[in-house]
Design a protein around this ligand. Structure first.
Ligand code: MV4
Length: 448
C-alpha cells in the first residue's frame, strides 16, 4: 500500500480523499494556491505545499510545480480528484516517468477515451451499442450531407476532441447543414485546438444514464450499477440519483454488461464511468467514458455501501477485486449546491460565507469544504457542497431531500438551494418523468 499520497486538487474532493487516506493509514500532502491558504484541505492534510498564485494555470494545472511538490514531500502516489489534471494523459505519463503512481488510468487508456472517434471505434469492436453515424472524421460538408441523408435528420455534429457539449450542433435539414458545420468547426477549433468533426443521428429527448465501473490491474472489470444524470443545465449536472427511475432489472443487465465490455476493451484500471444516452424505447447508446472519479460518486457509495475512493486507491496499489457486480439496495440522490444566483441566470456568486449550517440526521450526508467565515474564491468551480440523501424508496428520498434542503443555511452568498427546493416539488420530476432537456422548460417561481 502507498505510504504518502499527494492530492493534486482542492475543495471538497481534496477533503474527501484525505478522509479516506486517514482511514487507510496513508499520509497525505495537500497542494494549494495562495487563494486557498485558509482551506480545510490544507488544514487536514499531514503536509501542505503552496504551489503558486490563484490562476489554475499557475497552480492546480501546473505540472512542473506539482511534480516539485511530489519530490520535496517524497510522495509515492498522486490522487488527481476530478477536473484539473484528472484526465490529462501527459500528467499520468509524467507521474509514471517519475516513478510515482498516478491514481487513475494509464496515459494510453486516457488517450483512447479522450478522442471521441477512437472511443467510438473501440466500442464498436467491443460490441457496445453506439449511435449510428459517420464512424469517422468528416472530410467536408458534402460528405456530411451525404451521410445525414443516409441516417436521416435530425443529426448532430460533434467534435472528436469534445465532450461536455462544446462544438456540438443539431441539424434538422440539408439547408441548415453548412451553417451548423461552420459553427461546430469554429467552436471545436477555439475550445480544443482540433476542428475534427463527426456526425451521428440525433437522439431526441434522451436520458443520460451512466454506469460506474471499476477495473483492477489483472483485467477484472465489474459495474457498480447506474446513476441517472438527466437533470442538467447547459451540460452542468445539478442532480444525480441511483437507481435511475427509468431503469428496469432487464435494462440494467444489458447496460451493465455493455459497460463492463467497454472497460475490458481498454483493459481499464481504476474507477471510471461509461455514459449512455437512453431513448424513450429504452434503446441505449455509448456516449463517452470518464476516466476519473466523478463529482457524483457518493450517490453510488450510498446505494452499494462502499467507499469508492478506498476501492480506487486499493486497485491503484495492485489489490485485486472480486468479479461480481454491485446492485443498489437503497435510493440515493445528490443535489449540487453551487455558489450561483439562480435568479440571475445561475451567475457565479463568490464571496464570504457569513453563516453556514448543514442539514443532518438519518440518511443525510453533506460533502463540503465550506465553513462559516470561509470565502468562496472567484477563480475556480462554483460547486461548494453536495447534499446527498438516502432512503428505502425514491419517494422517501425526495421527502428527506426536501427536509434537508429546508435545514440548509448559507448566508453571505447566493446558492442553488432555492432551485433544488423548487425542483423537488415538481410533479414531473417526482414522477421520474424527465430527460436531458427537462430544465429548458423548467419555470422558476419568482424569488420570495
Ligand atoms: C447527443 C445527444 C443526442 N443525440 N448525441 C451532450 C454532451 C455530449 N457529451 C453529448 N451530448 C449529447 N449527445 C446524440 N447522438 C444529446 C446530447 C445532449 C446531452 C447529453 C447528456 C446530457 C445532457 C445533454 C444535453 C443536451 C444534449
Amino acid at each position: 500500500m502507498f505510504n504518502k499520497i499527494l492530492i493534486a486538487n482542492r475543495g471538497e474532493i481534496a477533503l474527501r480523499v484525505i478522509r479516506t487516506c486517514k482511514e487507510m493509514g496513508i499520509k497525505t500532502v495537500a497542494i494549494y494556491s495562495t487563494a486557498d491558504k485558509e482551506s480545510l484541505h490544507v488544514r487536514f492534510a499531514d503536509e501542505a505545499v503552496c504551489i503558486g498564485p490563484p490562476a489554475s494555470a499557475d497552480s492546480y494545472l501546473n505540472i512542473p510545480k506539482i511534480m516539485a511538490a511530489v519530490e520535496i514531500t517524497n510522495s509515492d502516489a498522486v490522487h488527481p480528484g476530478y477536473g484539473f489534471l484528472s484526465e490529462n494523459a501527459k500528467f499520468s505519463e509524467i507521474c509514471a516517468q517519475y516513478g510515482v503512481k498516478f491514481i487513475g488510468p494509464t496515459p494510453d487508456q486516457i488517450r483512447k477515451m479522450g478522442d471521441k472517434i477512437t472511443a467510438k471505434e473501440t466500442m464498436i469492436k467491443a460490441g457496445v451499442p453506439v449511435v449510428p453515424g459517420s464512424g469517422g472524421l468528416l472530410k467536408d460538408i458534402k460528405e456530411g450531407i451525404k451521410i445525414a441523408g443516409e441516417i436521416g435528420y435530425p443529426v448532430i455534429l460533434k467534435a472528436t476532441a469534445g465532450g461536455g457539449g462544446k462544438g456540438m450542433r443539431v441539424v434538422w435539414s440539408d439547408d441548415e447543414f453548412e451553417d451548423a458545420w461552420n459553427k461546430a468547426r469554429q467552436e471545436a477549433k477555439a475550445s480544443f485546438g482540433n476542428d475534427g468533426i463527426y456526425v451521428e443521428k440525433f437522439i431526441e429527448e434522451p436520458r443520460h444514464i451512466e454506469f460506474q465501473i471499476i477495473g483492477d490491474q489483472k483485467g477484472t472489470v465489474v459495474h457498480l450499477s447506474e446513476r441517472d444524470c438527466s437533470i442538467q443545465r447547459r451540460h452542468q449536472k445539478l442532480v444525480e440519483e441511483s437507481p435511475s427511475p427509468f431503469m428496469t432489472p432487464e435494462l440494467r443487465e444489458l447496460m451493465g454488461d455493455a459497460a463492463v465490455k467497454a472497460g475490458k476493451a481498454i483493459n481499464y484500471e481504476g474507477v471510471g464511468t461509461i455514459e449512455f444516452l437512453v431513448d424513450k424505447y429504452r434503446n441505449f447508446y455509448f456516449m463517452e467514458m470518464n476516466t476519473r472519479i466523478q463529482v457524483e460518486h457518493p450517490v453510488t457509495e450510498e446505494v452499494i455501501d462502499h467507499d469508492l475512493i478506498k476501492e480506487q486507491i486499493k486497485v491503484a496499489a495492485g489489490v485485486q477485486i472480486s468479479g461480481k457486480n454491485y446492485y443498489p439496495t437503497m435510493h440515493a440522490m445528490e443535489c449540487r449546491i453551487n455558489a450561483e444566483d439562480v435568479y440571475n441566470g445561475f451567475r457565479p456568486s463568490p464571496g464570504k460565507v457569513t453563516s453556514f449550517h448543514t442539514p443532518k440526521g438519518h440518511g443525510v450526508r453533506v460533502d463540503t469544504h465550506v465553513y462559516a467565515s470561509y470565502t468562496v474564491p472567484p477563480y475556480y468551480d462554483s460547486m461548494i457542497a453536495k447534499l446527498i440523501c438516502k432512503a428505502q424508496t425514491r419517494e422517501e428520498c425526495i421527502t428527506k431531500m426536501q427536509r434537508a434542503l429546508d435545514e440548509f443555511i448559507i448566508e453571505g452568498i447566493k446558492t442553488t438551494v432555492p432551485f433544488h427546493i423548487q425542483l423537488m416539488k415538481n410533479a414531473d420530476f417526482r414522477n421520474g418523468n424527465f430527460h436531458t432537456g427537462f430544465l429548458n422548460n423548467f419555470e422558476l417561481e419568482p424569488e420570495g
